[in-house]
Design a binder for this molecule. Structure first.
Ligand code: DX5
Ligand code: ZN
Length: 235
């Protein structure tokens, strides 16, 4: 059955000297949400952006903003990002915090909470919190930089998350992030992802073509029958 897959361009790969224009290009191309990579130079070895950037692009579009907090103490930034206008905030289970308390704090400020798992973290680490979040983000690169290669070894975790969410009937969207381009989109589409983040696969040039090609590739793979089962054409 055809499944609608959402595409979340990561503005980290946009040209910052014309960020507003790049956001508008992605809106016109049909971006479902904007992924905002927040890095603190401590949880990951890179520094990116904070609430000021969110505030400055917020008036450009109604497309939801999805902030991915790669920071040591995410609980310290919930209020600032909520006030800047994000729609969801995802926090790593590996950060230094009481995960349940941070998730509740995000909910309390009217933002959708999500959890993130690094490639080395097993799916089981997310299970105790899944009933309380709206989003689960499975990283397909080690966080820190755009433009890294997709990690195939994470695919079984995406499948495990998909199976668990479906079996338990949880209202949790499954997101993947890292190395998603037109060639890797089918892999995660077939594995059951609902939302694909892509930075260097979409920005800075040919934004509309890239975004549409990634969506089509993922949706085609998601609609294909599992290996070993006959397709309609075979019958
Ligand atoms: C990695 C970030 C990703 C990254 C995606 O630390 O969380 O969102 O910007 O960029 P690509 O798609 O280029 O891997
Ligand atoms: Zn990210």
């Amino acid at each position: 059955m055809a499944r609608r897959i959402q595409i979340a361009p990561s503005i980290l790969s946009a040209r910052f000297d014309r960020l507003g224009e790049q956001v508008r290009e992605a809106v016109e191309a049909g971006a479902d949400l904007f992924h905002i990579d927040v890095m603190d130079g401590h949880f990951v070895p890179n520094l990116t952006m904070g609430p000021a950037i969110v505030r400055s692009i917020r008036p450009l579009t109604d497309v939801p903003f999805d902030a991915h907090l790669m920071v040591t103490r995410p609980q310290d930034f919930v209020k600032a990002f909520a006030e800047a206008g994000v729609d969801d905030l995802t926090v790593h289970v590996e950060s230094d915090h009481d995960v349940a308390a941070t998730v509740q704090a995000i909910r309390d400020v009217g933002v959708s909470p999500g959890l993130v798992l690094n490639p080395a973290t097993p799916f089981q680490a997310a299970v105790p919190y899944l009933k309380d979040v709206d989003l689960l983000l499975v990283m397909t690169v080690h966080p820190g930089f755009a433009g890294q290669a997709f990690r195939q070894d994470v695919v079984p975790k995406i499948r495990a998350a998909r199976a668990y969410i479906d079996r338990e009937g949880l209202p949790v969207q499954l997101q993947v992030d890292g190395g998603i381009k037109v060639d890797t989109a089918p892999i995660v589409g077939e594995a059951g992802a609902d939302i694909l983040v892509s930075g260097s696969g979409i920005f800075p040039d040919r934004v509309a073509e890239n975004l549409q090609a990634i969506r089509e590739a993922a949706e085609r793979a998601a609609a294909a029958p599992p290996l070993g089962q006959p397709s309609k054409e075979d019958l």
